[in-house]
Design a binder for this molecule. Structure first.
Ligand SMILES: [Zn+2]
Ligand SMILES: [Zn+2]
Length: 484
């Protein structure tokens, strides 16, 4: 389009203005059709409440505020005060460009966000979905298979650098058969692995960004509460996944005295009676699914059939079982993830689930699937995640009326011998004459930098305070709703 020549452009413009002139001379009005004709043509095949259309279910419909009922475009829709928005950021145990390792992002209308598992590669989709790196917090790990927590080191280090200055990284996860298999031990191991990185990043203003708050719960404490705050409660229960220390989560959010929303992510495991007990009646029930096609699958995916069969039967939920359990739980919508999304396989997945579950069902795959949930409607869309997104600005809570940038713990002089700094090329040699930026080689402030909110530039208030503003706005609406 950029190559359109000036002459063609002018020609197009003049053609357009000619037609405008032609329209301006109003055409003669035609005789209106009869009411019967209009009704027959415009409303003929449309149900208009007279019959039920298609196989969709009651309450499965797009909400009025959606910018497009077909697709979700990140950054174009606010989470509504009484809404739960669920985005599948990673959807497969076998990582590939369109399907990163498992992660599910749950945003609530009260401004609270939750991350369920944080598999390798999923951060790319968070960035594409306009989630700031410092917003990837409140992480609930179902278990310590690396396809469920592989992105944790990145989130820990780069989230701290990118604005998680005033709160620790909060991680929740099960204990193990022995202390060394628990979530706490994993975090200690991760810190050790990141010793160099952590020290190196301490020349930045990270504040509390390198602190981790781990909540390790006893994996045997079925139905135990792992989190309770701001009308949100998360419970957990055990899953049979070859080794102790695999858990499922159920999040319940009480919107007001009469309404609440619930989300379950079972993580990996064999179908169990505990799932039926603890997930019962939840609005959105998400489990994993493995299709019963080990031989064909081996030809397509390259997993030897005996290995596939053994892996499923010791670790996973067959499609038939997923539908069977869903039918006991009876959610408002049933979703499966942690599964390959392929044209040849998708019908099979549906057919297996449909053996037992006849209610609303959707794939939580591939990456970018978005679910809008309110007390009266649910809609599932394909999110349009760009390939080359850039990060959202660090989101800050300005409740204190200030932006506080913490003073860095170290200078380069503390972490580096002088030799290699002395070898740096003199900037005057490469900056062209007449141009030289003011170099920031030493952090210019000796203590925390504190800027009153009202003194911040307008664009910074908007970019860094976006989530805080939405949270305040929604909280007000929720308070009004509750006072009615
Ligand atoms: Zn897995
Ligand atoms: Zn697993």
């Amino acid at each position: 389009m950029k190559l359109i020549s000036k002459t063609i452009k002018t020609a197009l413009l003049s053609a357009l203005s000619i037609s405008t002139v032609a329209i301006a001379a109003a055409p003669p009005a035609s005789t209106p059709s009869t009411e019967m004709e209009v009704k027959a043509a415009l409303f003929g095949g449309v149900p208009g409440g007279r019959w039920k259309e298609g196989l969709l279910f009651e309450g499965i419909r797009p909400q009025p505020w959606l910018q497009s009922a077909a697709n979700w475009f990140p950054g174009t829709e606010d989470v509504q005060p009484n809404e739960m928005r669920i985005t599948f950021m990673g959807t497969s145990p076998m990582i590939r460009p369109g399907q990163m390792n498992t992660s599910i992002f749950v945003e609530l209308g009260n401004g609270d966000n939750f991350v369920f598992d944080i598999g390798e590669g999923s951060v790319a989709n968070y960035v594409a979905a306009r989630v700031a790196l410092n917003q990837i917090n409140n992480i609930f790990l179902t278990h310590l298979h690396v396809d469920h927590f592989g992105a944790l080191p990145y989130v820990y280090m780069f989230g701290g650098w990118a604005g998680r200055w005033h709160e620790p990284l909060r991680i929740h996860g099960p204990s193990g058969r022995k202390p060394e298999f628990g979530t706490k031990a994993m975090v200690e191991g991760m810190k050790q692995m990141l010793a160099w990185h952590r020290q190196a990043f301490s020349v930045f203003p990270v504040g509390q960004g390198h602190d981790v708050a781990v909540t390790e719960f006893d994996f045997r404490d079925n139905g135990g509460t792992v989190y309770e705050k701001n009308n949100v409660k998360v419970i957990h229960w055990q899953r049979s996944h070859a080794m102790d220390g695999a858990s499922a989560y159920r999040l319940d959010w009480k919107i007001n005295d009469t309404e609440s929303l619930c989300f379950v992510w079972t993580g990996d495991g064999r179908p169990s009676e505990l799932d039926k007990k603890y997930a019962k009646g939840c609005d959105v029930y998400v489990t994993e699914l493995q299709q019963e096609v080990v031989e064909i699958n081996s030809g397509v995916q390259g997993v030897p059939p005996f290995l596939a069969r053994y892996t499923i039967d010791t670790h996973h939920t067959p499609g038939y079982a997923a539908g069977y359990v869903a039918n006991q739980i009876k959610p408002r919508i049933f979703m499966t993830t942690h599964m390959t999304f392929d044209p040849w396989l998708n019908e099979e997945s549906v057919a297996e689930v449909r053996e037992h579950w006849k209610g609303p069902y959707h794939f939580g795959a591939p990456d970018g699937i978005v679910v809008n949930v309110t007390p009266d409607s649910i809609w599932v869309r394909d999110g349009i995640l760009p390939d080359y997104p850039n990060s959202r600005a660090p989101q800050q809570d300005f409740s204190s009326g200030q932006l506080v940038v913490p003073v860095p713990q170290f200078k380069r002089e503390d972490l580096q011998e002088p030799f290699i700094r002395e070898q740096q090329v003199d900037p005057d040699k490469y900056y062209p004459s007449g141009y030289k930026p003011e170099l920031l080689e030493d952090w210019p402030v000796k203590k925390d930098l504190v800027v009153p909110y009202e003194n911040l530039p307008e664009n910074l208030k908007q970019s860094m305070g976006g989530h805080w503003e939405l949270k305040n706005k929604n909280q007000k609406a929720l308070d009004e709703m509750n006072n009615k």
